[in-house]
Design a protein around this ligand. Sequence first.
Ligand code: SF4
Length: 327
Amino acid sequence: MPLIDNYRRAHDDLRISVTDRCNFRCFYCMPEEGMNFLPQEEILTYEEMARVVRITTELGFVSYHLTGGEPLVRKNLDVLIRKMLEIQPDMDLALTTNGVFLPEMAQQLYDAGLRRVNISLDSLDESKFLLMTRRNLLGRVMEGIEAASKVGFNPIKINAVAIKNLTEEELPRFAKWARETGHIVRFIEYMPLDADKTWNREKVMSAEEILEGLSSEGDLELINGHPSDPATRYRYKDGKGEVGVIASVTRPFCEDCNRIRLTAEGEIRTCLFSAVEHNIKSLLRGKASDDEIKEWLAEVVRTKTPGHLIGQKEFVQPSRTMSSIGG
Ligand code: SF4
């Protein structure tokens, strides 16, 4: 039986954060200093993650997304990828990475069977990249994108966080780049998941503003996508290039949400902005059978709220940062 919540949403997409560690310090996510990362023994093993994958495939899940922190800081990720594809060879499996380790690891990931990578890249300008990530590694990321392209990852999706008074100049730059390279650039509206809790609505660049900036490079037309796909996709009418917007704040897509999340230390989150979490690790490390875990997951999904409350007075920013949820 698929996991259906009280709003008739069927869930078939699991996002797995394989680590809370990251080699970047993006200001819209992490503090510059003072991150306390989880000790190894608190983190789920690849066997435990694979068991959750197997159980959820038996509940009709078909798409899986590996995230972090930065997932490639965790060793031997190809081992988990192989385990997952042994369980369900035709699963839709993607990885979101900041790209820094791809020059060395792209081939290994491709050989393990991975076919989709999303690369987080907020700016094509070195100084702005440094400002946003607090790392001077734009060159490495570009090498990583090149390496991923070379080994066969295609298309490559780029995720760029759009923030007022930072991203305006990036829009035509990324639009040109997307049209030249064929990489699909999606802009994500800035969400209240930052460690410093300095997010406010005024800093959000809306979908309208993003599309206006992207249209400076040509007329856009909507591409009909899957209703549960977070990104609204557009192509340039001259056929050169595809871009997208993930408008969680100004155009919420919660009514078609099909996702749940597994954190690195074994908490199930029914929503990115969940105020409550559900510990599956104690079940995995206890004596619970697969059927008991399936029942438990069905119960958990029935607690899912209709959607986020951003912009409403009831909204409470989650205590977790994006880095320990994994987007
Ligand atoms: S905010 Fe929550 S309910 Fe809405 S789309 Fe994201 S995960 Fe789903």
